[in-house]
Design a protein around this ligand. Structure first.
Ligand code: SAJ
Length: 569
């Protein structure tokens, strides 16, 4: 394969994180297999920062700088470092002669705007390196793997490089191919997950697709324009965030009326022929129609991508926020830690000044990643109630940056007995495997402990039937849902999905009107829906249309349905 008819020599990868490392390793292995030309090799570039500078030495020693268990990754790194198809450097000048550069730095939100601090740092260093080229006629192919707020490629990204005299179409071909990572399965997902390749210039997506063909061996690389790729990526996580929020609303109704949410979830997902194992298997990644509410929505993607998707729309029309399901869903999901406390007090009485153990600080099961972890706000709420709080997580390191900038650092540990002995209550926040496997045995022989709140769907209610510890949990009511409730919750779900589609259509129309600079750059909503449906965890966005009022059931009032009814299809 070549870019613009010539073999590829150097492939640069900026940012050795959970996106950059597997991409660099697999591109190096493809180079080693001869896919890109006789001189092809990969150089990972990481600025010599206090937090990540060490990764350069680790990679050059054939080690993976990624935490957690990532099958196959370190073997590939070691083999490619050995044959010199992979190396790492602190020096961005290594990119001056690169034919291809992947940008894999994290993006975030700051209020209602993107936070592109690390991205701008990388683009400035890349711009300086490319500006130093001499005598090159061939543009460098740039693939940005990071999640971007729609319109960024042709506005802030292109402009940032132009500051260094690096011009789109002449010095570079700017593309974006947002990564769909799955921690714990990074290598497998690169090969299997479908991927998008977007670009500002019509030539670019095809070139990126050609670059990735040897590593996306089981999936498909779909070519499109930059604006569409930006929308689809942020849409996937936003759609998931909204669906989790609706599941949380339904679960809260069920909890107040002692209805078994998971039985209701199975009834609805069966009716929609869109089920998964997550109702009964806490280790399963939920992907069915109605998702599974937990102690809160964390991670680096879901809390930010809806804000990124609506960035330009909110800038132009701030009043539209109050008609937004995306913003309503964020409020609902951010209320989940408080809901866990409500459940605890309904079951075990006032929680003020109690001693409370929180099990699980990571943002998801069997992960050591604490980004936006909902256990942090839960701990803060309990501290505000005068509680003595202890936090345990077998995977989170004492050096974790998020831990050390929070109050939790003062009462975090890896000693489960120290966390549970003397505690009055215990919240299961993440169903990590050690907790799942131990079950009620975790709480035996602890006379002070009289209540467990399962906020992570870790154990069935029956597991605690023999006492002495009391049990309550999110979605753990005892009564079967009535047919009326199934119809009302299903109708509400349909209303939310159509309302979401209407909001998406409004955002897309606005982006087309203000940022699609050519027919090639225009977003087609049907293509967006088709590309989003290739996401592994079910992003099947409805078509826009009128929002039907769902059948009413007393006291089942969904904020998301109310907002959906404000949208117009
Ligand atoms: N969560 C729930 N209920 C659910 C599913 C998730 O409360 O039913 C919570 C989790 O506990 C976690 C958060 O949401 O705190 C995010 O979990 P996740 O399963 O969405 O996992 P992420 O954020 O690690 O990965 C997401 C995935 N996006 C989609 O499924 C659409 C992944 O496919 C993306 O590659 C990744 O974001 C990304 O990089 O954007």
């Amino acid at each position: 394969m070549s870019t613009l008819g010539e073999p590829i020599g150097r492939i640069g990868v900026i940012g050795p994180g959970i996106v950059g490392v597997p991409m660099a390793a697999l591109l190096a292995r493809a180079a080693q297999a001869g896919h890109y030309g006789p001189d092809a090799h990969v150089v990972v570039v990481q600025r010599n920062s206090s937090t990540s500078g060490w990764k350069v030495k680790a990679i050059n020693e054939g080690k993976s700088p990624i935490g957690g268990i990532e099958p196959g990754l370190e073997d590939i790194i070691a083999a490619c470092v050995e044959t010199r198809h992979l190396s790492a450097s602190h020096d961005f000048a290594a990119l001056t002669e690169a034919d291809v550069v992947l940008v894999c730095v994290q993006t975030d939100k700051a209020g209602l705007d993107p936070d592109y601090g690390p991205m701008y740092g990388a683009l400035d260093a890349l711009g300086q390196a490319l500006a130093a080229r001499e005598g090159r006629t061939r543009p460098t192919l740039i693939s940005i793997e990071s999640t971007l707020a729609p319109s960024s490629m042709q506005s802030v990204i292109q402009e940032r490089l132009a500051r260094h005299g690096v011009i789109e179409g002449r010095d570079v071909l700017l593309g974006n191919s947002p990564n769909r990572v799955m921690p714990g399965r990074l290598v497998e997902r690169v090969a299997h997950a479908d991927k998008l390749a977007g670009g500002l210039d019509p030539r670019t997506p095809e070139l990126i697709a050609g670059l990735y063909a040897p590593i996306v061996t089981q999936g498909t690389v779909y070519v499109t324009n930059s604006l569409t790729a930006e929308v689809v990526k942020t849409l996937e996580n936003t759609y998931r965030d909204v669906r989790i929020a609706y599941a949380a609303e339904v679960a809260r109704y069920c909890d107040l009326h002692d209805v078994d949410f998971f039985a209701l979830r199975e009834a609805i997902n069966t009716r929609l022929a869109d089920s998964d194992a997550a109702s009964y298997d806490p280790a399963a990644v939920p992907s069915g129609a109605l998702l599974v509410p937990g102690v809160g929505v964390g991670g680096h993607c879901l809390p930010k991508d809806g804000i990124l998707l609506r960035w330009r729309h909110n800038q132009r029309d701030p009043d539209s926020i109050e008609r937004s399901l995306i913003h309503a869903a964020r409020r609902i999901n951010d209320a989940s830690p408080a809901w866990a406390i409500t459940l605890a007090e309904r079951a075990f009485g006032p929680i003020d000044r109690k001693t409370v153990a929180l099990l699980g600080l990571a943002y998801r099961a069997d992960s050591d990643d604490t980004r936006n972890g909902p256990t942090f706000p839960l701990a803060d709420l309990l501290l505000a109630r005068g509680c003595v709080v202890r936090v345990h997580d077998p995977y989170v390191r004492f050096t974790d940056a998020n831990l050390n900038k929070s109050a939790v650092a003062g009462f975090f540990g890896h000693d489960l007995d120290a966390a549970l002995d003397g505690a009055d209550l215990a919240f299961l926040c993440q169903p990590h495997k050690p907790y799942r496997d131990a079950g009620p045995r975790l709480f035996a022989g602890r006379p002070a402990l009289h209540g467990v709140i399962d906020a992570g769907n870790a154990w069935p209610r029956g597991a605690f039937a023999d006492g002495p510890v009391g049990y309550t949990g999110i979605g753990r009511g005892t009564r079967a849902p009535t047919a009326e409730l199934v119809e009302a919750a299903l109708g509400g779900f349909r209303a939310v999905l159509v309302g979401f589609a209407n909001e998406l259509a409004e955002v897309v129309a606005d982006l087309n009107a203000r940022y699609a600079e050519s027919d090639f750059q225009k977003i087609d909503l049907e293509e967006v829906r088709r590309l989003a449906a290739t996401c592994a965890t079910g992003c099947n966005v409805e078509a826009p249309g009128p929002v039907e009022a769902p059948p009413h059931v007393h006291a089942f009032d969904s904020e998301l349905v109310r907002v959906a009814r404000l949208t117009t299809g």
